[in-house]
Design a protein around this ligand. Structure first.
Ligand code: HEC
Length: 200
């Protein structure tokens, strides 16, 4: 049996779309249609095309019994779901991280850091009613920081409070805050300060 031109156009068109459409997907869409997906989609289309090709010919052996029919449906289902799950793990379809990195301001990144358990600020400090109470409430951090040390701007006070908390220990609190000078990067410090400066 010959392959019809229309058949080849459909299969070719679907595969071409799988490779061309991702070029026009912007990062802002948050969708990532990575290389493994395109290869998978291409093979899947070729396979589906092959099945259609067989269906047109005379030589398909009919499925003889109900159990066999059920078994083959289940096998195809498990096989394709398994493959898709595997691929989804290898290459996440949604690019959350890159989107976050693209669209976030310094203040937003600082807020994320503040609430990141690895950094730990929120474990000791409250902001707007949530967080720990071992350290001072930072709900109005920027306004408070502006008044703590007459010689220091709010930013400089916050910087010193994070880098070397022992320098100016807030009255009635213990000097238990770990110095962050070696623990976070200069960029992270800048982001944290940008966030704290929004708390007035
Ligand atoms: C183990 C608990 C703890 C952790 C974790 C902690 N702090 Fe503190 N922090 C304190 C305590 C207690 C004080 C008050 C004593 C002092 O000044 O050192 C304080 C003071 C401060 C001050 C000065 C507040 C004021 O009113 O003058 C700032 C600003 C601050 N912390 C920010 C942070 C940031 C940002 C982080 C995360 C990078 C953080 N802290 C992590 C306990 C903690």
């Amino acid at each position: 049996m010959r392959l019809s031109l229309r058949f080849l156009l459909v299969v070719g068109g679907v595969i071409a779309a799988a490779w061309l459409v991702p070029i026009f997907l912007t990062d802002a869409s948050g969708l990532k249609f990575g290389f493994p997906y395109r290869v998978f989609f291409t093979l899947f289309t070729l396979f589906a095309g092959f099945l259609f090709y067989l269906l047109r010919g005379p030589a398909v052996s009919p499925i003889e019994s109900a159990p066999k029919a059920v078994a083959s449906v289940v096998a195809v289902f498990l096989g394709s779901v398994g493959l898709i799950v595997l691929l989804a793990n290898l290459s996440p379809q949604f690019a959350f991280e890159s989107k976050a990195a693209l669209g976030q301001t310094s203040q937003e990144k600082g807020k994320v850091l503040f609430n990141d358990p690895n950094v730990g600020c929120f474990l000791c400090h409250q902001v707007a009613g949530s967080g720990g109470t071992r350290g001072p409430d930072l709900t109005r951090a920027a306004s408070v920081a502006a008044q703590r040390q007459p010689a220091l701007s709010a930013e400089d006070y916050l910087k010193e409070s994070i880098n070397n908390p022992g320098t100016y220990v807030v009255p009635s609190y213990d000097n238990i805050m770990p110095p962050y000078a070696q623990r976070i990067s200069p960029e992270q410090l800048r982001d944290l300060i940008a966030y704290l400066m929004t708390l007035k």
